[in-house]
Design a protein around this ligand. Structure first.
Ligand code: SPV
Ligand code: MG
Length: 555
């Protein structure tokens, strides 16, 4: 890729005039590039306006340079920087050249205004030009200071602006060309292009091409200026002026109407901003260079059902909203989930759904909760099942360690199984509901003796129909589905929707519990793993369970 200075030289070497567009920051520069201009003009007028100060050497060189660099960095086309009078004398010009070259700017323009300058168009302000020798000295200093031979130095005379006449303008232009300027800019604030066209006609330094800025003589076309001998035409300030017009219109309307929809037709849609600032590239770079962190686990909590066993406690609230010593079951679940880094939480509501509304938790509704079972509740939150997710009943309390262990499971479908079942089955507390029992494949050991067994067990059977003496554990109501596991579950669900068949022992999807669904997956050859735990959890399904929870929870 040739340097920007070289690119600009190549543009100048092309037949016909080239046009560059005024800009004041990266965004306006990028819009100018997108519009197809040959290059950018880092306009002192626009940059000053963007700081809300007059164009009168009020900004420092560093401020002007930083704006020029911002635009240069935002575009591939070359940038010519308006350096006013070089920010001082020839010594200031030398530093100016060094710094702008270092920033990758293709060339600069310096004008023969004294320091501090006044914008060429301001009426009623004091206007003075530097002596011609002084400005020619600045041009010589600039040419001597540049390192890249392709860097362009444009000398600008304000003689016509100051009203010093055509002869003075020509003499100054010649002096600057003879001092080594690569191009000469003749500025004019006449409403007619005649002044600059006459200048071009009388110009007698054919090796020094001419530049003009048709701001006030606005009806002349670039083509005509080109024919008259102008090589470079600068549209100096139209980006900032159009921005001011649009912003004024939009903001005044908005202030009057006081709702953002009132200006929707005056603003670009947000994606246009994303496109301009390169959000696409950022996304590609993220994918290419950042560790692909899995989206994280989403917890889906089933809280739709109504529990007869807990009446009258659940007369007005669903089970997850039952209070146990000042915190609801759901609060306690969310606390443990959050402490394990799970912040993405969805709850499926049904019975007394209005009672479940928590900030930061998404809710889904199974309004047919009275006539459907758990699988239909889970699939009310179908949107959440597109990737890895944690399945959780809304009525269990469990130790954080159980969740930590489950989250480490490499399996695609993993169930937390309480192996204390074998040791405690003869001794179950009074009033417990029917347990979801688990029969493992190849289980040689039972009860606490499993501790230390490394290889995960596969689940052969689960549900309330597993006979007591064949069970090695109890499903606690918490399961982890990997991306693949979630896909397997959804595929089987979709097939069952189509076939309207049985779901394991359940007659239909509407009647299917989660254990029926997992059994159906196992029956179809899907591997389901048991993650062993020993006690450390509670289900709150009956009044007795609830009393036990009050007794066991310490706080
Ligand atoms: C600028 O854009 O800052 C210029 C051109 O110098 S003009 O404003 O027309 O003087
Ligand atoms: Mg300027």
């Amino acid at each position: 890729m040739p340097s920007k200075a070289k690119q600009f030289r190549e543009l100048i070497a092309r037949p016909g005039p080239i046009t560059i567009i005024g800009a004041h920051n990266g965004l306006s520069g990028r819009i100018g590039e997108e519009a197809g201009f040959d290059g950018l003009w880092a306009s002192g007028f626009e940059i000053s306006a963007s700081y809300a100060v007059p164009d009168a050497n009020i900004l420092t060189m560093a401020e002007s340079l930083s704006a020029a660099k911002m635009m240069n960095d935002a575009v591939k086309i070359p940038v010519i920087a308006d350096c006013d009078n070089g920010f001082g004398n020839a010594i200031n010009v030398i530093r100016c050249i060094e710094e702008y070259e270092k920033a990758g700017i293709a060339g600069i323009c310096i004008e023969d205004n004294i320091f501090p300058k006044r914008c060429s168009f301001y009426a009623g302000v004091k206007r003075e030009l530097s002596p011609v020798e002084e400005h020619a000295g600045k041009i010589r200093a600039a040419k001597a200071a540049q390192r890249d031979r392709d860097f362009t130095v444009i000398a600008r005379t304000e003689a016509l602006i100051a009203g010093w006449g055509m002869e003075e303008a020509l003499n100054r232009g010649r002096a600057y060309a003879d001092a080594g300027a690569d191009m000469v800019l003749i500025h004019s604030k006449s409403k007619s292009p005649e002044e600059v066209l006459t200048f071009a006609k009388l110009w007698d330094r054919p090796n020094t091409p001419l530049v003009c800025v048709p701001t006030i003589y606005k009806d002349v076309k670039v083509e005509e200026l080109g024919k008259a001998g102008f090589k470079l035409v600068i549209f100096a300030n139209h980006a900032v002026r159009s921005a001011i017009k649009a912003m004024t219109d939009t903001l005044q309307t908005l202030r009057k109407e006081m709702f953002t929809g009132s200006v929707e037709d005056k603003v670009v849609p947000l994606p246009r901003v994303y496109q301009l600032v390169g959000v696409d590239k950022m996304a590609t770079d993220e994918a290419a260079f950042m560790p692909s962190e899995s989206k994280g686990v989403t917890a889906v909590i089933l809280g739709a059902g109504q529990s007869q066993g807990l009446l009258p406690l659940t007369e007005n609230v669903p089970k997850p909203m039952l209070d146990i010593k000042g915190k609801t079951v759901l609060d306690r679940q969310i606390e443990v989930l959050n402490s394990c880094g799970i912040k993405d939480i969805a709850v499926v509501r049904g019975y007394k759904k209005e009672a479940i509304s928590l900030s930061g938790v998404r809710t889904y509704d199974n309004d047919a909760f009275a006539s459907t079972n758990e699988v239909e509740s889970l699939f009310a939150a179908k949107k959440e099942l597109g990737g890895q997710f944690l399945f959780l009943y809304g009525d269990i309390l469990f130790e954080r360690g159980h969740l930590e262990k489950l989250l480490k499971s490499p399996g695609d479908i993993s169930l937390v199984v309480d192996r204390a079942w074998a040791d405690t089955k003869a001794n179950q507390p009074a009033g417990r509901g029917l347990p979801d029992l688990v029969q493992l494949k190849d289980a040689q050991e039972t009860g606490y003796r499993f501790v230390g067994a490394e290889a995960p067990h596969s689940v052969a059977k689960l549900g309330r129909n597993v006979p007591n003496d064949q069970a090695q554990g109890e499903f606690i109501g918490m399961a982890l589905f990997s991306d693949k596991g979630a896909r397997q579950l959804t595929d089987v669900y979709n097939q069952l929707v189509e076939s309207k068949g049985k779901v394991a022992e359940a007659a239909s999807l509407r009647e299917a519990s989660m254990t029926d669904m997992i059994q159906e997956l196992i029956n179809r050859g899907t591997e389901v793993q048991a993650i062993d735990v020993y006690k450390g959890w509670l289900e709150i399904d009956t009044f007795e369970d609830y009393r036990r929870a009050w007794a066991l929870i310490k706080e």
